[in-house]
Design a binder for this molecule. Structure first.
Ligand code: PGA
Length: 252
């Protein structure tokens, strides 16, 4: 009943030529077996328009922005609004990535504003959450994730919440080569699903796709995705290689 999703997060990597070569290779290798799976490519703003055109004939491939600004328009030099992204025909967006939270100091209130704007513009949101190493060592990882979700997501109506995909990304696993074990990830995913159930009931909890992110690669993907509450992945480093990314897609 839940959608399996593999999303690539290219971050601030790839020049235009390499980005399109990578996307073309991925599209070439996607075959009918991957039809039941959604594939999302979160690419830099400057490639969104053309990337969306490139993928338009693949009904299960979607292009996502990696961020947007928390205001709808105005004197914010250098920023990009949700309506601008929507006007490109793009209807997925990643919000709350830990790099945004840590490097750009995005807090829960700002993320709540971004979520609201994204929902108002009919976007599907991949909302990232996850604890840092200090939180885990102090055994407060469940509290941290609960707060992140509560403060930025759980004000949404049930109808709006149905456009949310959650990505659990423990910060200590991102880009470190040290993925969460499938037990650690499943434990948190189960907890997140229980929070969705508390707030929105069984039906939406069962429908909500929860992705794992953090050093997911072709060697650990299958084991992670076998877990009951892990519905796919948000892939950083390994999404920059078409062969690795395809192997991860084939692991679902
Ligand atoms: P990683 O990044 O796969 O390189 O750890 C995941 C992410 O940041 O979304």
């Amino acid at each position: 009943m839940r959608k399996n999703i593999i999303a690539a997060n290219w971050k601030m990597n790839l020049d235009r030529t390499s980005a399109f070569l990578l996307a073309e290779k991925i599209l070439q290798e996607i075959n009918s077996k991957q039809d039941s799976l959604d594939i999302i490519l979160a690419c830099p703003y400057v490639y969104l328009y053309e990337m969306n055109i490139l993928c338009k004939d693949f009904h299960n491939v979607h292009i996502a922005a990696q961020n947007c600004y928390s205001e709808s328009a105005g004197a914010y030099t250098g920023e990009i609004s949700v309506s601008m992204i929507q006007s490109l025909g793009v209807n997925y967006i990643v919000l709350g990535h830990s790099e945004r939270r840590e490097i750009f100091q995005e807090n829960s209130l700002e993320l709540q504003k971004k979520v609201d704007l994204a929902i108002q513009h009919n976007m599907n949101v991949i909302f990232c959450c996850g604890e840092n190493l200090h939180d885990r060592e102090n055994n407060v990882h469940f509290d941290v994730v609960k707060k992140q979700l509560k403060h930025s997501l759980f004000h949404l109506s049930s109808n709006d919440f149905s456009s949310i995909i959650i990505a659990y990304e423990p910060v200590w696993a991102i880009g470190t080569g040290q993925n969460a074990s499938s037990d650690q990830a499943e434990e948190m995913h189960k907890f997140i699903r229980s929070l969705v159930q508390e707030n929105y009931g069984e039906h939406l909890a069962e429908k909500c796709s929860i992705l794992y992110g953090g050093s997911c690669n072709p060697s650990n993907a299958r084991e992670l995705f076998l877990s009951e509450n892990i519905d796919g992945g948000l892939i950083g480093g390994a999404s920059l290689s078409s062969s690795d990314f395809i192997k991860i897609i084939e692991s679902v």
